[in-house]
Design a binder for this molecule. Sequence first.
Ligand code: ADP
Ligand code: ZN
Length: 223
Amino acid sequence: MTSVVIILGPPGAGKGTQAVRLAAEFGLPHISTGDLFRENLSNETELGELAKTYMEAGKLVPDEVVIDMLFGRVAQDDCTGGYLLDGFPRTVAQAEALSDRLSEEWTTRTMQLDVPDEVLVDRASGRLLCKGCGNIHHEQFKAPAKEGVCDACEGELYKRADDAAETVKERLEVYHSETKPLIQYYGERGMLDVVDGSRTPDEVYTDLRALLTTSKASEQEVT
Ligand code: ADP
Ligand code: ZN
């Protein structure tokens, strides 16, 4: 069995923070569609140009565009043994496209980070990202030891343009209308676990890690 692990949750829920740790511990490539778009933006590719207006407005990039980009990425060699998705799927159409693509030897495991909206705006609007290693700091909740500098790699920290409070609100609305239906989609199929994402990163990580360890054990019984 090969697994796709999906981290589902609203903007600011901590998907990126948790995904980086899980990927390292379980040896899975961490595939973040937001990071892929940001890479394309900074390299000024055609895809970046296309995604830019949507991202800046807090809207979703059209499904066909995201699906093509994601499928191109997971077709690479490092993903043959499984991978971890962060930021995909974000619509039911994306979830269906993913499930159509995966053959029967693949299992899908979805873990939802549940966080109330009030917490999300504060989290996203203070967020600081590292240009060097992708590490995530926060102005109040996880301030770097030295202002503007990443604790992990001493890279330069920056704020995402779409973390401005107004855009975060738009992203939350989009989440409620487009992405929340996925909770039902995966729930009905018995593929969903819910974790309380309003706690500290370490507490959340402990739960996610335990869930993944269980799924690994049950897969070994089958083979
Ligand atoms: P968040 O912190 O909101 O989870 P991401 O870094 O995952 O943000 O994504 C940033 C932006 O990139 C989104 O607001 C959206 O415009 C675009 N994007 C990323 N993934 C997808 C996707 N699966 N479908 C559509 N748009 C996406
Ligand atoms: Zn760094």
